[in-house]
Ligand binder design. Structure first.
Ligand code: SF4
Ligand code: SF4
Ligand code: SF4
Length: 248
């Protein structure tokens, strides 16, 4: 008997669409998914925002809910989908938009919009502050190979999970030079692994785009960083993905 294919959709809130592009970068591996699932919605492959009454087995949501329209769309997608998966740092932890949270909101608003009224300027929230999220796939952008493993797990009915080690583990396994030991700021010790320590491959310190690792000792790392850096230098990095909010 022919089994019914899982029906899935991808939805973008306010985002750079980098996560969707990361998936499209998988090229034939992404489109091969069509043999196993039915992709019913993917903004970059069709026109307009999908707002139909259709049902989905899985909805993947990219981006931050920064406007009324985003919030309405997110709630609607939640109702339409059996499983909702937040993909990428914007959906997972609020993403790079967090930066605006640490500035004078009115000043920034006037600078960007020249005092125009009628533009929404909500606080940045991760998707799970608005609707229930079943799984998170972190990263800025999302790790496309991790996405593939994840969805293949769901297709065979396995409950997928994300590796819970700090980035340092992957960095050291790959034999990259430790930039923290060289005196640079690196959040690898407190950041969830799964990106193959890609920034360290280019000798760029980790800024924490995948969110906190389990049992992350933020204060200990900050204490260590203070030996070589000013609070201003440390905070500038902790602000990028909102880790500053988690400091006691
Ligand atoms: S997580 Fe990064 S790549 Fe993905 S939408 Fe947000 S800013 Fe873009
Ligand atoms: S460079 Fe960063 S991620 Fe790599 S081992 Fe050092 S602290 Fe950890
Ligand atoms: S090294 Fe850090 S900042 Fe770079 S991709 Fe990995 S988690 Fe993100």
């Amino acid at each position: 008997m022919k089994t019914k294919k899982m029906e899935i959709g991808f939805f973008s809130l306010t985002s750079c669409e980098g996560c969707l592009f990361a998936l499209l970068d998988l090229k034939e591996k992404f489109f091969a998914l069509n043999k196993k699932v039915r992709i019913k919605s993917f903004r970059l492959l069709e026109e307009g925002i999908h707002m139909s009454e259709e049902k989905f087995d899985i909805a993947f949501v990219e981006g931050s809910p920064l406007t009324e329209q985003n919030i309405e769309q997110l709630k609607k997608v939640r109702k339409q989908a059996k499983t909702l998966i937040a993909i990428g740092s914007c959906a997972h932890i609020g993403g790079i938009y967090h930066l605006k949270q640490y500035s004078d909101k009115e000043k920034i608003f006037n600078y960007v919009y020249s005092g125009n009224v009628g533009v929404e300027n909500f606080d940045v929230l991760p998707v799970n502050k608005i609707v229930k999220v079943d799984y998170f796939l972190p990263g800025c952008p999302v790790n496309a190979n991790e996405f593939l493993q994840f969805i293949h797990g769901l297709i065979i009915g396995k409950s997928p999970s994300i590796e819970q080690n700090p980035v340092c583990r992957e960095c050291q396994i790959r034999g990259y030079e430790c930039v923290l030991q060289k005196g640079e700021i690196c959040l690898g010790p407190i950041t969830q692994a799964g990106c193959d320590a890609v920034c360290l491959k280019s000798k760029q310190g980790c800024w924490g785009c995948r969110g906190l690792a389990e049992d992350a000792q933020i204060e200990n790392l900050v204490k260590e960083l203070r030996k070589k850096h000013t609070d201003h230098e440390i905070i500038k990095v902790l602000e990028v993905f909102g880790i500053k909010d988690l400091l006691n």
